[in-house]
Design a protein. Structure first.
Length: 364
């Protein structure tokens, strides 16, 4: 009991800790409990947060805030219309074409697998190839069943998309327009003495704002350059693969490696072991190198100080909880955890700091 009492006195006795803990618990419970119900609201908050940087920059250039909000909102709506009426239909068409060609691609893959024991008898046996083909058939069958099981939910997903396309833009506009009023209203529910909450919020915002907005720019730039490269080289499904490459930047360390597989497989089935296949892989490697060594340092002026293992664990945890958005915000959420731990008051540390401050300086 003495150990627990000492631990409580050292870390929990500060009233600021209670305020911070209650705020975090309430926020977590709201997201977990009402996450699906409030999905349009949460999505609107995320989009408004991403657009707020452009609004502030425009406002700093001398434009009234309402004019900056209207300008940024018009650009956002233009992109939304472009995505809904140009990007999504073409992506859907390429996905459909790829599904139709899957039997042909599978047959070519089986022919290549059957030839492996003849070409490399010391590495592969007919039994190994047969087991591998059986595993591939089983996985393809399971995948087909999953696709069929998604057909009915897809109808409801389409209805939700139509609702979101109306609600989300409206809420984004008002979140941008009335940002200060909304924040002032929310702050009324917090105690006036909330130093620790303000400290954590300021620390997280400074690190996360640059990271999230930089990630969005990286996603668009990498996707656009990939699409131009794949199109110029004549790669099939260029838009679909470029979209996958762009989205891969969301997952550090893992995304680029994972998306390399479909790019290489599509290129190999299109060209085989040819110079075109080699040039495509070379161009893709140059693209990834430029992203890692040129684009990332330019976009991320402030590096989030997280260990790679911590990043991977955050992706697994938050991705498992909230899917795509959990993966996208894994690093910001991990940054929140780190900021809380760094700001968490330590009674003994504060006492040692106070003693050090009261001691006279040497030579005085």
């Amino acid at each position: 009991m003495n150990i627990l009492r000492e631990w409580y006195d050292r870390y929990i006795s500060d009233p600021q800790v209670v305020i911070l803990a209650v705020a975090l618990i309430i926020g977590f419970l709201v997201v977990v409990t009402f996450g699906k119900m409030l999905a349009p609201v949460l999505a609107s908050i995320v989009i408004a947060y991403l657009l707020d940087g452009a609004v502030e920059k425009t406002h700093q250039l001398g434009a009234p805030r309402i004019s900056a909000v209207v300008l940024v909102f018009i650009l956002f709506m233009s992109f939304l219309v472009f995505a809904l009426f140009w990007l999504v239909p073409r992506l859907s068409y390429q996905v459909t074409q790829l599904v139709r060609e899957l039997p042909y691609i599978i047959s070519l893959g089986q022919e290549s697998l059957v030839q492996l024991p003849q070409q490399y008898p010391n590495l592969f046996t007919e039994a190994q190839v047969s087991d591998l083909m059986d595993a591939i058939r089983t996985e393809i069958t399971a995948m087909s069943q999953r696709v069929l099981s998604y057909s009915l939910p897809a109808v409801f997903g389409l209805i939700s998309l139509m609702v979101y396309s109306i609600l989300v833009p409206v809420m984004v506009f008002f979140f941008l327009k009335d940002k200060h009023h909304i924040l002032a209203w929310l702050s009324k529910g917090l105690p006036k003495e909330r130093r620790l909450v303000d400290e954590v919020a300021s620390d997280v915002n400074d690190q996360v704002a640059n990271y999230v907005r930089g990630k969005v720019w990286e996603l668009f730039i990498v996707g656009a350059v990939s699409f131009a490269t794949f199109t110029l080289m004549g790669l099939n499904y260029a838009l679909l693969l470029a979209t996958m490459v762009g989205l891969s930047v969301i997952i550090p360390y893992v995304g680029a490696a994972v998306v390399t597989v479909p790019v290489a497989v599509i290129a190999w089935f299109q060209w085989g072991w040819s110079p075109e296949f080699g040039w495509l892989l070379f161009a893709y490697g140059v693209l990834q190198a430029l992203d890692g060594y040129l684009l990332v340092p330019l976009l991320f002026s402030e590096v989030v100080n997280l260990h790679p293992v911590a990043i991977i664990i955050a992706i697994l945890i938050f991705g498992g909880l909230w899917g795509f958005w959990g993966v996208f915000f894994a690093i910001p959420l991990a940054t929140l955890v780190q900021a809380v731990l760094n700001a968490w008051p330590d009674r003994d540390a504060r006492a040692d700091e106070a003693v050090a401050n009261t001691q006279p300086a040497p030579g005085s």
